[in-house]
Design a protein around this ligand. Structure first.
Ligand code: ZN
Length: 136
């Protein structure tokens, strides 16, 4: 990969991350893809801006698995470091890390799900077209 291709690829990844952070449509980058509400993780049927059919997306358990790995690698070492340095009681660990894990999970599940959907759209666009080519 030469330098311009690498720069283009980096810009595409940054665009995907920005779109996922704000839970925007992978096609038009404008419409919201989730129903409103902090605890609502259900996708809309279609993009409200471009009419893109979101019902074909299937992120399955991918976002939850990414989140488990990410938060596990973030919170467990932090809890171990705090235990070694400060020796907190167990109830305080449960309270702090449990609360932090819950907040981070609820706050990042939608963006991660939007990122997985954006990746699916980017790399499997033919599956999202009205007349996809037959799979070989
Ligand atoms: Zn759209």
């Amino acid at each position: 990969m030469n330098a311009p291709d690498k720069q283009t690829n980096n810009n595409a990844i940054l665009s995907l991350l920005k779109m996922a952070l704000f839970c925007k449509c992978p096609k038009c980058h404008e419409g919201k893809i989730f129903h409103s509400g902090f605890f609502t993780f259900e996708l809309k049927e279609k993009c409200e801006t471009c009419g893109f059919d979101l019902s074909r997306s299937d992120s399955a358990d991918g976002p939850a698995v990414f989140l488990i790995f990410f938060l596990g690698f973030l919170l467990v070492p932090l809890a171990l470091i705090v235990e070694v340095k400060f020796g907190w009681p167990v109830w305080l660990h449960v309270l702090i890390w449990g609360t932090l894990g819950l907040i981070l999970t609820l706050g990042s599940l939608k963006p991660i799900k939007a990122f997985v959907i954006a990746l699916q759209y980017k790399y499997r666009k033919s599956d999202w077209d009205d007349n996809p080519p037959p799979r070989v």
